[in-house]
Design a protein around this ligand. Structure first.
Ligand SMILES: Nc1nc2c(ncn2[C@@H]2O[C@H](COP(=O)(O)OP(=O)(O)OP(=O)(O)O)[C@@H](O)[C@H]2O)c(=O)[nH]1
Ligand SMILES: [Mg+2]
Length: 290
C-alpha cells in the first residue's frame, strides 16, 4: 500500500500523462478521502481542462488540485459568530445522536470565555438524564451558569428560559444544547422547530445562530443529515467534530459543494480547547497530505 495521498499521486502521474487511466486512479484516491462521487467528478473534470507543462510533476498536479478544491470550499469558510455589544447572541447546537453537540457547546463556551464574554448554558436535551449532568460538569469546570429542567420536560421551555436568562442577566451569549435526533424522526424534528420558534420570539432583542454539529467520521450520509435538518431549521453554519482521529474529512468538500453551507470550525479532540476555526487552505493540505 502507498503511504499517503502525495505518494499515490506521484505514482499515478509518474508516466507524466493526464489521461483517462491516471484520472480514473485519481478519482479513486479522492473517493478514499471521502469527497464523494459527484464532487470528485466535478474536480476531475476541472483538472482535465487544466493546462499542464510538458514535464509536469506531482507538485504541479497537487497544486492544481488544491486550487480546484479551495475554490469550492474557501467561499464557505466562516468565522465563529462575532458577538455584538448591543445585543446578546443565542447559539443553538443541533445534530444527530452522538455527533459531538454537548462537547462542542463546551468548546464554544471556552472559546468565548477566553474572549472575556459572559455566558450561560441551556441544557435543552431533556431526553436523557445524563445529558444535563454532562453539560453541568462542563459548566462547573468553566464556572458558568446553566439553565436546566427535569428529565422529559419540554426542551423548548428550557431554550426559552435560557433566552430569558441571557436577556435578564445581560449575558453576552447563551448556548443551547439540544438532544441528538435522527432526521427521519418527524416528531423530534418538529420539537427542534419549536425550540427555534421560541428563540425567534425574542429575535428583536438578540442575534440567533444555529450551528449543526457533524461527526467527521460519518462520511457521505452527513450530506443527507444537513439537508434534512435544514428543512426544519435554518442552519447558519457547521462544526465538524472528531477530526483528530483517522477521518480525513473530505466530506466537508462535498457538503459545501452540494449545500453551500458555511463551515465554522473543526472539533479535534474531547477537551474544551480542542476546537479550531475552519481554515480552508489548511484543510485542503490536510486532504492532500494525508
Ligand atoms: N476524539 C474526539 N471525540 C469527540 C469530539 N467531539 C466529541 N467527542 C466525543 O464524542 C462522544 C459524543 O460527544 P457528545 O458531545 O456527548 O455528543 P452529543 O452530540 O452531545 O451526543 P448526544 O447528546 O447523545 O446526541 C463523547 O465521547 C465525546 O467526548 C472530537 O472532536 N474528537
Ligand atoms: Mg449531548
Amino acid at each position: 500500500m502507498f503511504k499517503n495521498f502525495t505518494n499515490r499521486l506521484g505514482n499515478i502521474f509518474s508516466s507524466k500523462k493526464i489521461d483517462e487511466n491516471s484520472l480514473l486512479e485519481l478519482e479513486e484516491l479522492l473517493l478514499i478521502s471521502d469527497i464523494g462521487i459527484e464532487t470528485t467528478d466535478k474536480i476531475i473534470n476541472k483538472l482535465r481542462n487544466e493546462k499542464f507543462s510538458p514535464s509536469f510533476d506531482t507538485i504541479e498536479v497537487k497544486s492544481k488540485l488544491a486550487e480546484i478544491i479551495l475554490n469550492i470550499i474557501e467561499p464557505f469558510q466562516e468565522e465563529f459568530p462575532k458577538l455584538s455589544k448591543s445585543k446578546p447572541t443565542i447559539i443553538i447546537c443541533i445534530g444527530v445522536n452522538g455527533s459531538g453537540k454537548t462537547t462542542t457547546v463546551a468548546k464554544l463556551a471556552h472559546h468565548y470565555k477566553e474572549m472575556n464574554c459572559s455566558i450561560v448554558l441551556g441544557a435543552a436535551d431533556t431526553f436523557r438524564a445524563a445529558a444535563t449532568e454532562q453539560l453541568s460538569l462542563w459548566g462547573k469546570e468553566m464556572n458558568l451558569d446553566i439553565i436546566s429542567g427535569n428529565q422529559n420536560s419540554d426542551p423548548a421551555s428550557i431554550a426559552f428560559k435560557c433566552v430569558e436568562s441571557t436577556l435578564n442577566n445581560e449575558f453576552d451569549l447563551g448556548i443551547i444544547d439540544t438532544a441528538g435526533r435522527l432526521q427521519n424522526r418527524t416528531d423530534l424534528m418538529e420539537q427542534l422547530k419549536k425550540i427555534d420558534k421560541v428563540v425567534k420570539t425574542k429575535n428583536n432583542l438578540l442575534n440567533q445562530k444555529t450551528i449543526m454539529i457533524i461527526d467527521g467520521t460519518t462520511g457521505q450520509s452527513s450530506i443527507k443529515q444537513v439537508e434534512e435538518f435544514s428543512k426544519y431549521i435554518n442552519i447558519d453554519g457547521l462544526i465538524i467534530s472528531k477530526l483528530d482521529g483517522s477521518a480525513i474529512g473530505g466530506t466537508i468538500v462535498s457538503i459545501i459543494d452540494h449545500l453551500k453551507v458555511p463551515v465554522l470550525g473543526l472539533g479535534v479532540g474531547e477537551n474544551k480547547s480542542d476546537l479550531e476555526e475552519f481554515n480552508a487552505k489548511k484543510f485542503v493540505n490536510r486532504i492532500l497530505d494525508n
